[in-house]
Design a protein around this ligand. Structure first.
Ligand code: SAH
Length: 251
């Protein structure tokens, strides 16, 4: 039977609107999961942004439509509503849509917002986790936990929805846990001051830019020196700030 609503290559196949929210990993394209690799091979459409390695697009079939939804050159990020709209339109016209996001889609990635939107519109959703960028700190001999040194990890964003630094940083500093800050580069001076004021300025700190990629940059120092580390190593986005005694273990 011919399906009237189908516009796929094979008109005899019913079209299933599906959204796969997939983690692209920290940067090195080989750090993607086998499951994600297989889904990319079958994708009809891929929506990808800045931090997803472009090489991963080569896994798709030539006819797969690839749409960039990251930051426009010298401009703003694609508004989230536009991404939602694209997901809906493509899922109903083409079927299997992949949303490829850097690291893990559910760690500061807004991936679940897209899943909720898709579900509300009758699209089946699937999540495939990715290696989040902080896990790539292991390449720099910085384990995030280490027996008797760090008993946990605080994972914070440097830039909350209102643009402010998270108050949780003050709580995190009181523990022995490793503190990892995503999107914190613009707040480096404020982070350093917060540590200095609490008498914690000498806790070791590292900044890792482009973790897992050949052009990565790493700076190691103390929490009080974060701004100086950024300027002396000319570090920029995307980078992670890692503060804790684990930074010293491998040195
Ligand atoms: N979902 C992503 C995070 C997105 S938020 C993940 O799981 O990794 C964007 C922030 O992620 C950046 O500001 C930076 O702090 C961090 N980041 C992403 N990729 C990175 C990389 N290769 N190296 C260092 N930091 C990275």
């Amino acid at each position: 039977m011919r399906m009237t609503h189908s516009s796929t290559d094979n008109a005899n196949e019913p079209l299933h609107p599906e959204l796969y929210v997939i983690g692209a990993g920290p940067g090195d394209p080989e750090l993607i999961t086998v499951k994600a690799y297989k889904v990319l091979q079958q994708a009809k459409v891929v929506l990808y942004d800045n931090l997803a390695n472009r090489e991963l697009l080569d896994i798709t079939q030539p006819e797969c439509e690839k749409i960039y939804v990251g930051k426009r050159p010298y401009g703003d990020y694609t508004p989230q509503e536009n991404i939602h709209e694209l997901i809906r339109e493509k899922a109903f016209s083409k079927g299997k849509v992949v949303r490829l996001k850097g690291g893990d889609p559910y760690i500061f990635g807004r991936g679940f917002e897209e899943v909720l939107y898709a579900r509300q519109h009758g699209i089946s959703t699937y999540y495939i986790p990715g290696i989040t960028s902080m896990q790539a700190s292991g390449f720099e001999d910085i384990p995030l936990t280490h027996r008797a040194i760090s008993e946990g990890i605080w994972v914070l964003t440097g830039t909350k929805k209102d643009g402010r630094l998270s108050d949780d940083l003050k709580l995190a500093m009181q523990s022995n846990a490793t503190v990892v800050i995503y999107m914190g580069m613009k707040k480096a001076a404020e982070i350093a001051d917060t540590y200095i004021q609490a008498g914690n300025g000498n806790i070791p700190a590292a900044i890792v830019q482009h973790a897992s990629l050949p052009h990565k940059k790493v700076a190691v120092g103390k929490a009080k020196d974060l701004p100086e580390m950024i300027s002396s190593h000319q570090l920029t986005h995307p980078a992670l700030i890692i503060i804790g005694w684990v930074v010293e273990v491998g040195r």
